[in-house]
Ligand binder design. Structure first.
Ligand SMILES: *Cc1c(COP(=O)(O)O)cnc(C)c1O
Length: 456
């Protein structure tokens, strides 16, 4: 906070496409899509027009006891997108609960899963399993599901206990047999799936107690705030099978990964959600950040008919889901989200995303030559570059050295804005980013690393 007060903040006043403009007229590339929210760029004509059209009708009316047009249309569209035809025999995601942001979308999933487990007789004290390094938001329930000590430690006294299991952080896997000092130090993919074994162990142990694990909470394909930790192929499918095998539910937190962020699936190019890439249909799907194209705060939690039905009853049974927010189903947000969904499924957008993913991959390759680049992790249009003291030893920098922050400051001086996660630099460009702009982002990163770390 003191550092923030000392400096003069960059004051953003305008934007267009992948560009942000500050009060001095300086231009920057929005290299993390305004903290992972923006999809198609700033001031997109179609989204702007949709919001304007909605402004001409109404901005907000309560969703308590009332429906509204754009939110209902959006719910239908989300249900369609969340049930691609090639996921047979999975329970459909049939119902949508709107809220305000990623944290509330997760609170909703948590409370629904908790009550569902109790009402279905599965457990009187439902327990949740989530991954090491997990981040599911900053409200108290979401924090309880998270496992980032730096963010969460201070509030320990406020939290309920959730179970933690090893996440497949291959680069720093304790079971990794590749010797770092060897030339193949970057080949860390030989393994026996110990991380999946750990999940099985957790479920098996809990199954013998009075409190089985009732739900697995997971960021599919890539954990975001943990430091952009990708899951190796088939990890999610295997873990989902174990979860189902123990009769537990799956809560997929796609707040970051949703809406095409994790790449275009060749088998179903308009597939928008990460868990479907692994053929997994969760019982709960939490969406936020990109839902409105990153224009307005709005979130959704999708779930199954079975969960919905557990909250039906006569008035006097008081079985309703006692949860709601003032701005639930906000019309402006819903109008923006409808426009966003429309753009996402156009061939032009699919094509652009595919090309962009490839360009990003090609450009990032050049960073491997840097002494301080330990790992480059990319899933679709999300990339994390882990900086280390030396790639051979993988020795991490101490957090207090502020290496990530200093590198991002040096990138900002080169007109590229992003934020680090500890020693991991995040590149998550808007889908409208051009090849030239991607090059500019990666060049700025390379030069910044050299400036801060190599020519001390
Ligand atoms: C950002 C994020 C959240 C929290 O969303 P907010 O809108 O910031 O509350 C939850 N889960 C994941 C995976 C996220 O990336």
């Amino acid at each position: 906070m003191r550092d923030w007060l000392r400096g003069e903040p960059t004051l953003i006043v305008r934007g267009h496409g992948a560009t942000l403009i500050d009060a001095h007229g300086r231009e920057y590339l929005d290299a993390n899509s305004s903290i992972w929210t923006n999809l198609h760029g700033h001031r997109h004509p179609q989204i702007n027009a949709a919001i304007r059209r909605q402004l001409g009708k109404i901005s907000h009316s309560s969703a308590l006891g009332l429906a509204n047009e754009p939110a209902s249309l959006l719910a239908e569209k989300l249900v369609r997108a969340a049930n691609p035809p090639r996921l047979p025999r999975q329970p459909a995601l049939a119902k949508v609960f709107f809220s305000d942001d990623g944290s509330t979308a997760m609170e909703v999933a948590l409370k629904l899963a908790y009550e569902f487990a109790r009402r279905s007789g599965r457990s009187s004290r439902p327990r949740f399993l989530s991954l090491a390094g997990a981040y599911h938001g900053d409200t108290v329930g979401a924090v309880s599901l998270g496992h980032i000590a730096l963010f969460h430690r201070a509030y320990g006294g406020l939290l309920f206990k959730s179970e933690k299991v090893m996440s497949p952080y291959c680069y720093r896997c304790p079971f990794n047999r590749a010797k770092p000092e060897r030339a193949d130090a970057r080949d860390y993919r030989r393994c026996n799936w110990e991380c999946v074994g750990k999940v099985e162990q957790k479920f098996a142990r809990a199954a013998k107690t009075k409190t089985p694990i009732t739900a697995l909470v997971v960021e599919p394909l890539m954990q975001g705030a943990a430091g952009m930790i990708p899951q190796p192929r088939s990890w999610l499918r295997r873990v989902a099978e174990i979860t189902r095998g123990h009769g537990a539910q799956i809560i997929a937190d796609e707040v970051m990964t949703g809406f095409g962020r994790t790449s275009v699936d060749n088998a179903s190019p308009d597939g928008l959600f990460a868990c479907h890439h692994e053929g997994v249909q969760p019982d709960f799907l939490a969406l936020a950040k990109g839902l409105t194209g990153g224009y307005l705060p709005m979130a959704a939690t999708l779930t199954t008919q079975a969960v919905f039905d557990a909250f039906l009853g006569d008035y006097s049974e008081f079985k309703t889901f006692f949860h709601g927010h003032s701005f639930t189903g906000n019309q402006l947000g819903a109008a923006a989200a409808l426009a966003n969904m429309q753009i996402l499924t156009t061939p032009a957008s699919i094509c652009a995303r595919r090309a962009l993913e490839k360009t990003l991959r090609q450009e990032l390759e050049s960073l491997w030559t840097l002494e301080n680049v330990g790992d480059i992790r990319q899933v679709g249009l999300i990339a994390g570059i882990e900086l280390v003291k030396n790639w051979r030893t993988r020795a991490p920098f101490e957090l207090r050295e502020r290496v990530g922050i200093r590198v991002c400051d040096a990138m900002a001086r080169r007109g590229v804005l992003t934020r680090p996660i500890g020693n991991v630099i995040v590149l998550m460009p808007p889908y409208c980013t051009t090849t030239r702009q991607i090059k500019q982002m990666v060049d700025a990163l390379r030069e910044a690393v050299c400036e801060v770390l190599e020519n001390k």
